[in-house]
Design a binder for this molecule. Structure first.
Ligand SMILES: *[C@@H]1O[C@H](CO)[C@@H](O)[C@H](O)[C@H]1NC(C)=O
Length: 180
C-alpha cells in the first residue's frame, strides 16, 4: 500500500508504535549515566529505542555543578524543570561567526524554558546543594549536535556529533563530566 504523506490524515492505527505499551511506569524505565559522571539520563520516548519519529522525551538529573557542553542543534527543545535550580546560558545572537557572549537565565522548580533552533546554549546545575531534574522534549530526532569549547569558537570549528544518542555508552575509558 502506498504510504500517505505526513500532512495527510492518518488513522490512529497507523500512528501507533506497536512495540511500546501505551501506559508505562517511569520508575520501571532504566536510567543510567551512560559514562557521564554526575548525570542520570532516561529515554522516556526515543526514536531509536521506541520508533518515535517526530519527538523524543528525556528525563535527566544533573548533580550539583554538572553542566552540558556549550552546544546547538537544529531541533526545537523544551525543558520542564521538576526539581532544583540552575542556569541556562543562551547565545541568542548565535547566527554570526561564533555564538558570542550568552545571556543568563535562572531556572527553577516548575519553570519551563525552550531553546530556539540553532541557538548555542548550556544548561548548568549552578545550585551547590540540590540535584537539577528536568524533562526534555526535542523535535526531529535523532539530534545533530554541534559542540563548542567556548562561546567564541567559530561555528566552522564546532565539533559535529550526528546522530547523537544519549543512550550510547560514550566516554567509557575517560568519563568527561562536562560532556552531554
Ligand atoms: C510546582 O507546581 C505544582 C503544580 O502547580 C505545585 O503543586 C508545586 O507545589 C510546585 N512546586 C514548587 C516548588 O513551586
Amino acid at each position: 500500500m502506498v504510504q500517505k504523506r505526513d500532512t495527510e490524515f492518518r488513522s490512529p492505527k497507523t500512528l501507533s508504535i506497536p512495540w511500546v505499551p501505551i501506559v508505562r511506569n517511569i520508575s520501571e524505565i532504566g536510567q543510567d549515566n551512560y559514562g557521564r559522571l554526575g548525570l542520570s539520563h532516561m529515554t522516556i520516548a526515543g526514536s531509536v529505542m521506541h520508533g518515535f519519529k517526530e519527538v523524543e522525551v528525556w528525563l535527566q538529573t544533573f548533580a550539583p555543578g554538572v553542566r552540558t557542553p556549550i552546544h546547538r542543534h537544529s531541533c526545537e527543545e523544551i525543558f520542564v524543570v521538576l526539581k532544583g535550580s540552575g542556569t541556562l546560558y543562551l547565545a541568542s545572537n548565535s547566527h554570526k561567526n561564533y555564538p558570542g557572549s550568552p545571556q543568563e537565565f535562572p531556572i527553577f522548580t516548575n519553570s519551563t524554558f525552550y531553546v530556539p533552533v540553532n541557538d548555542a546554549h548550556q544548561v548548568w546545575n549552578t545550585n551547590e546543594q540540590e540535584d537539577l531534574q528536568f524533562l526534555v522534549i526535542i523535535s526531529r530526532p535523532p539530534v545533530k549536535v554541534f559542540i563548542y569549547d567556548d562561546w567564541y569558537m567559530p561555528h566552522t570549528a564546532a565539533k559535529l556529533k550526528y546522530p547523537y544518542y544519549w543512550d550510547e555508552r560514550c566516554y567509557e575509558t575517560s568519563p568527561i563530566k562536562d560532556e552531554l
